[in-house]
Design a protein around this ligand. Sequence first.
Ligand code: HPA
Ligand code: ZN
Length: 327
Amino acid sequence: KTKLQFIHDLPKVELHMHLEGSLEPELMFEIAKRNNVPIPFDSPEDIRKASVFNSLQEFLDLYYMGHKVFRTRRDFYDLIYSYFKRVSTSNLRHAELFFEAQEHTNRGVPLEEIVMGLHEGCVQAEKDFGITSDLILCLLRHFSPENMMDLLKQAVVFKKYIKGIGMSSSEAGCPPSLYVDIFKFAKEQGWHVTSHAGEIGPPEYVRDSIELLGIERCDHGIGARSDPEVVKLLADKKVGVTMCPISNVLLKVTESIPHSPIRQYLDANCKICFNSDDPSYFGSTYIEENYDAVEKEMGLSVAEWVKIAQDAIDMSWVEEDERKKLQ
Ligand code: HPA
Ligand code: ZN
């Protein structure tokens, strides 16, 4: 069996994927058309051509434009179901998926339409593909903490459909200390918590996300690498890092996959796993494409691949008695 076949066969768990980042250009056009939302491109091919980025912010500008096509429960259902269909041949067993409600609710889309459309997609995908999943409400740093708190309070009604709370968008000018009350409220509601930290932010943002916000996972986390104390904190506190190797290269936050701290984190005994972040904006690179890219550029050992697949299961929020089915 070849190494890539072995990697294909590994039972996979995805923990860092933004559903709006899996909106393929064809579906963007289809949804825009039925909702009569204008988009500043003439064809799906034009969007692919525009998906070349010099920074995280350049990506985010195009990415949030794409969010504007969504209006109805069906749109969200189609989005999540297309994702599951696309990854159904990757041996994906389980996914915990971010959705960015504020971009939609702040335009007047009811939270119920978003959550229930996505939830119905999760239920159907488990029936059709045997993939289990949970939803993570991902707060957005380009809106105010007050706007985040308003949304969280609305989300309490849908608690049973939402497994945890995350936070993304740019860290620039947004230190973790701004969000202490938000994370405290989320934890009081019984939600799990994770946050993007150390994507473009410094090691202190990773440390403060652990110490002030109490994050259980760290999304991206590559910024910790320049401070060995923070890398040790990730390992000691067992805060797993959901790395996104292709995203980091295409958004110019790392020079190449071997330049990312994958090797450093493995050697420091951190839990890590590989994820797709925003696959449709990164040349349709889903979870298996990320695994393959790491293998082709770094050649990890079989034992390391087994550990990484197991780390992803350990880092998931699947209840203890249901974990066996993921192995
Ligand atoms: N960083 C911050 N916010 C995001 C990203 C990212 O890589 N992808 C989607 N939202
Ligand atoms: Zn992300």
